[in-house]
Design a protein. Structure first.
Length: 368
């Protein structure tokens, strides 16, 4: 019987916190040793409470690793334990790595550089566009993207990695067999297909608020650096950035509007020394030893054909900040009906993108 199923049995049945499980791992070295130890030994272990000791003894008598293995295998859930050859190398280096991780899909190879992209759940169109573009460009360069599959920036980051046909790792705040939020079911399935779903919580664990701050240390722990795209002053993404600093990893941030409450966190990070990021190049420049280069599309921008005067007059007011059609009419002095026709032409040419509520942004991410 593989040792991982001994640990999984202890973990699933006892619901031990990560610190208690890590303490047992460092004391015994293997899950099988925990099962074979004399009952009296548990009562004499320093820092192990009598309650936990009795739990362990009861667990050994009521459950078997064979049954745990059968249930996990039938659910298509892989178990990996700290010290296993395929356990994420960077994650093993943090002060409090999870002893047991559960996954669906393909764990990242040790040779693949990973970057975490996190941010606000209630993201602005600007934030979502930037997160998706940065993730896509980074995966085109051979990087993998780590995030938490939450709404907003996390979702955009995973989608960008998938759009770039790259690798993406979703670290969940629930069991690996639970999709949260539910509207991300298709994304959940695509990540399992093209990357990996990972969790330190036992299968079947439902999302709870207390799980997500704990989970955030794994997002940063798997990554060379953490890139915060959009975050308010109390955003959970800042917890991830703090974990990255504590783990000795790099912190990056995308600047935002000084008038946006959703950019106060990222702008403050930059003030405190986070590397300002406007493109994938700003990230990879910090890792010259990885020898990556920008894709040709960034090195040699595509030359656009000259626009008719009416289209050029509208296009010059489009950037990554959403602009309402009425405002464009006011800026150009053209009627709204004419602006609508021009915007349609710009969309067909791949120069504009329509958002909800008749807002528009430029589809050219070099326009800021």
């Amino acid at each position: 019987m593989q040792d991982c199923y001994y640990w999984a049995t202890l973990h699933i049945s006892m619901e031990l916190g990560p610190r208690s499980l890590l303490y047992l791992y460092r004391y015994f070295g293997s899950g099988k040793a925990v099962f074979e130890a004399d009952p009296g030994e548990f009562r004499n272990i320093p820092l192990l409470s009598p309650q936990v000791a009795e739990k362990i003894i009861a667990c050994r008598n009521s459950l078997t690793p064979e049954k745990t293995a059968q249930e996990l295998i039938s659910s298509n859930i892989k178990v990996t334990v700290l010290g296993d050859p395929d356990y994420p190398k960077l994650l093993a280096e943090i002060p409090d790595p999870p002893v047991v991780i559960y996954s669906r899909g393909r764990l990242p190879g040790h040779e693949m550089p990973l970057i975490a992209i996190v941010g606000a759940r209630r993201a602005t169109p600007y934030g979502r566009v930037m997160a998706k573009k940065l993730a896509e460009d980074l995966t085109n360069l051979g990087w993998g993207v780590v995030s938490g599959m939450a709404r907003g920036i996390d979702t955009a980051a995973h989608e960008g990695a998938i759009a770039g046909n790259g690798y993406t790792l979703a670290v969940l705040g629930c069991g690996v067999d639970v999709c949260y939020p539910r509207e991300n079911q298709k994304l959940y399935e695509k990540i399992a297909e093209m990357g990996c779903l990972l969790s330190e919580f036992p299968p079947g664990t439902h999302p709870q608020p207390k799980n997500f701050p704990i989970r955030n240390r794994i997002i940063s722990g798997c990554s060379l650096g953490t890139l915060v795209v959009e975050a308010g002053e109390r955003s959970g993404a800042l917890i991830t950035a703090n974990f990255a600093l504590e783990q000795g990893r790099d912190v990056f941030a995308v600047p935002g509007s000084v008038t946006s409450i959703r950019s106060r966190g990222t702008n403050n990070l930059i003030k405190q020394g986070a590397k300002l990021v406007e493109s994938a190049e700003d990230v990879i420049a910090e890792y010259p030893y990885l020898s990556f280069s920008l894709p040709a599309s960034q090195e040699c921008p595509v030359k656009r054909t000259k626009l008719p005067p009416e289209e050029a007059a509208v296009y010059k007011y489009l950037n990554l900040e959403p602009t309402h059609i009425d405002q464009l009419a006011e800026l150009t002095g053209m009627p709204v009906s004419m602006i609508g026709s021009i915007l349609t032409m710009l969309e067909l040419k791949g120069l504009a993108k329509r958002l909800n509520g008749d807002y528009y942004i430029s589809a050219d991410l070099s326009r800021r």
